[in-house]
Write a protein that binds this ligand. Structure first.
Ligand code: BES
Ligand code: MN
Ligand code: MN
Length: 462
C-alpha cells in the first residue's frame, strides 16, 4: 500500500474532525427520545460513504432504525469484502460521571493514550472504529489501490439486539454475498501488543419480576408475615451461584466447549498483569469461577450477572414499606455450543423453581445470540495477522473476547461467511461507561492497517 502513512499524515486533522462531527450526533438506539438523531446519523454515514468513493449508497428502512448499505465493485471476478459496523451507541448515563459532555467530543491525553484520545459516547464503540473503514476506503479509492470489491453494511440497532438486521440479512442474501465479513468492533491487548479477536461470547438477556402482595404495604404491619419480593428476589439471585461461583442452573454447562490443556496453556501466554488489572479497577482481588484464571473466566467460560436491580423505596430519607414488586435484569454470557434459546429456557424453569409460595414470578427474555469462533488457520486470519504485523511491527496474538456481537453467528448461518474481527480499541477505553474514548493513535493505526488486509486477503485468495 503505497503512500498510506503519508496520506494519513497529511489528512489526520481532517479525519479526526470528521469523526468528531459524527460523534456529536447522539445516536442512542435504546431511547426513543433520540429517534431523530439516530436517523440523522444514518444520513451522515451515507454521505461519508459517498464521499469516500462508494458507487452506490442506499438507506434501507426497517421496522426499526435504517441500515446504510454501500458498495464499490471493481471486478466481479475479484473477492468481495463486506464491512459491518454500527452507528448506534449506548445511552450516555450516568451523565454526571462524564468529565466532558458525552456528545461534545474533546481530545485529551490519558495514560494509555499519551498522544491523545477522543472522548465521546460511541468514539470507540463503534463510530470511531466504523469510520476507520470509511477513511481506509477513501485512501484506496483516491490512490487507485482498491484491490477488490467492497460492500458496507452499517446498522443502527446493534446495541439493542440487531433484530431488524437479522431480517434484512435473511431477505438480501444475494445482495450481501461476500468472501469475508470485516468488522472493527473489538479491541487489542495494548498498543504494543497487537491481538486479533478469534471468539465472541453468546448472550441471553432476561428481565425478571417478583410480585408479593397486590399493593405496597406497611413494613411494620405486614413485615415478617408475608414474602417480601425484594428479600425473595435477592435470595433467588444468590442461589444462582454456588460457593465455587459456578452457575447452579441445571444443564447450564452441559454443552460448554472444554478447552484442552494445550489450548489453555497457549491462552495463558498472552501478556497479562493481574496487579495492573486490579489496580485500574481499584479492587483488592479478582473474583470468579473456581479453577479458572481471570482471562479464562472472561473469555472461555459462561457467566451470569445481574445488570440492574430495583424495587421499593429509593427516594430521600426512609419510608417503611414492603414493595409489591421487585425486578432485575440478568445477562448470561455464553460460550461455543451453548444455545442461547435453550439457556433462556433452562434459566426460566430454574428461576421459577426457586420461588417460594407467596410470590409470583415473571421472566421476560430480551435478546440474545450465539457465540462465535474463527479458526486461526482461516485465510482471513492469515491476511489480518500479516496486516497487523506490517503496521505494528509485531505478530498479533489470537485472543477470545468476552463481549458479544450476536449478529456475527447469524452472518455465518445466513450468508455462509466467516467474520474477521479486526478491532483497535483497548479495554481501558471505557466502552458503555462514562468517559468512553478512543485513542487517536488507534484510530489512525486502524486506517493504516485495513488497506493491508484488503491487499493480503486479495493476494491470498488467488
Ligand atoms: N462492540 C461491542 C462488543 C464487544 C466489545 C466485543 C469489545 C468484544 C470486545 C458491542 O457493541 C456490544 O456492546 N455488544 C453487546 C451485546 C448487544 C446484544 C447489546 C454486549 O457485548 O454487551
Ligand atoms: Mn460495538
Ligand atoms: Mn456496544
Amino acid at each position: 500500500m503505497q503512500q498510506i502513512t503519508e496520506y494519513i499524515a497529511q489528512n489526520k486533522e481532517r479525519f479526526i474532525n470528521e469523526l468528531i462531527e459524527l460523534l456529536k450526533i447522539p445516536s442512542v438506539s435504546a431511547d426513543p427520545a433520540f429517534t431523530h438523531d439516530v436517523l440523522h446519523t444514518a444520513e451522515a454515514v451515507k454521505t461519508a460513504l459517498e464521499q469516500a468513493g462508494c458507487d452506490t449508497v442506499e438507506i434501507h428502512d426497517t421496522e426499526g432504525f435504517p441500515i446504510v448499505y454501500g458498495e464499490k465493485t471493481i471486478d466481479p471476478k475479484l473477492p468481495t469484502i463486506l464491512v459491518y459496523g454500527h452507528y448506534d451507541v449506548q445511552p450516555a448515563d450516568p451523565i454526571n460521571l462524564w468529565n466532558s459532555p458525552p456528545f461534545d467530543p474533546v481530545v485529551k491525553a490519558t495514560e494509555d493514550h499519551p498522544e491523545g484520545a477522543i472522548f465521546a459516547r460511541g468514539s470507540c464503540d463503534d463510530k470511531g472504529q466504523m469510520y476507520m473503514h470509511v477513511k481506509a476506503l477513501e485512501f484506496m479509492v483516491k490512490t487507485d489501490q482498491l484491490p477488490c470489491n467492497v460492500k458496507f453494511m452499517i446498522e443502527g440497532e446493534e446495541e439493542v439486539g440487531s433484530k431488524n438486521l437479522a431480517t434484512y440479512v435473511a431477505a438480501n442474501k444475494e445482495k450481501l454475498a461476500n468472501d469475508i465479513i470485516l468488522i472493527s468492533d473489538t479491541g487489542i491487548i495494548a498498543n504494543d501488543v497487537p491481538s486479533i479477536t478469534t471468539g465472541l461470547r453468546g448472550l441471553s438477556y432476561v428481565e425478571v419480576e417478583v410480585t408479593g402482595p397486590n399493593r405496597d404495604v406497611h413494613s411494620g404491619l405486614y413485615g415478617g408475615a408475608i414474602a417480601n419480593p425484594i428479600n425473595i428476589l435477592a435470595k433467588m439471585i444468590a442461589a444462582l451461584h454456588d460457593e465455587n461461583n459456578h452457575v447452579t442452573i441445571p444443564g447450564f454447562y452441559d454443552k460448554v466447549e472444554e478447552l484442552s490443556a494445550e489450548e489453555r496453556a497457549e491462552m495463558a501466554k498472552a501478556p497479562f498483569s493481574l496487579e495492573a488489572y486490579q489496580k485500574t479497577l481499584d479492587i483488592e482481588s479478582v473474583f470468579g469461577e473456581k479453577g479458572y484464571t481471570t482471562n479464562e473466566r472472561n473469555a472461555i467460560r459462561p457467566t451470569l450477572d445481574v445488570n440492574g436491580i430495583w424495587g421499593g423505596y429509593i427516594g430521600e430519607g426512609a419510608k417503611t414499606v414492603i414493595a409489591s414488586k421487585a425486578y432485575a435484569k440478568i445477562s448470561m454470557r455464553l460460550v461455543p455450543h451453548q444455545d442461547w434459546e435453550e439457556i433462556t429456557t433452562l434459566f426460566t424453569d430454574y428461576f421459577f423453581s426457586l420461588a417460594p409460595k407467596g410470590v409470583r414470578v415473571k421472566v421476560t427474555p430480551h435478546h440474545g445470540g450465539q457465540g462465535y469462533v474463527t479458526p486461526i488457520d482461516h485465510l482471513s486470519y492469515k491476511a489480518a495477522a500479516k496486516a497487523y504485523e506490517t503496521t505494528f511491527g509485531k505478530k498479533p496474538i489470537p485472543q477470545r473476547s468476552g463481549g458479544s456481537i450476536p449478529i456475527v453467528s447469524l452472518f455465518e448461518k445466513e450468508l455462509n461467511s466467516k467474520s474477521m474481527l479486526m478491532g483497535f480499541g483497548l479495554d481501558s477505553d471505557a466502552i458503555h461507561s462514562p468517559n468512553e474514548h478512543f485513542g487517536v493513535w488507534n484510530f489512525l493505526k486502524g486506517i493504516e492497517t485495513i488497506p493491508y488486509f484488503y491487499q493480503y486477503f486479495t493476494e491470498m485468495s488467488r
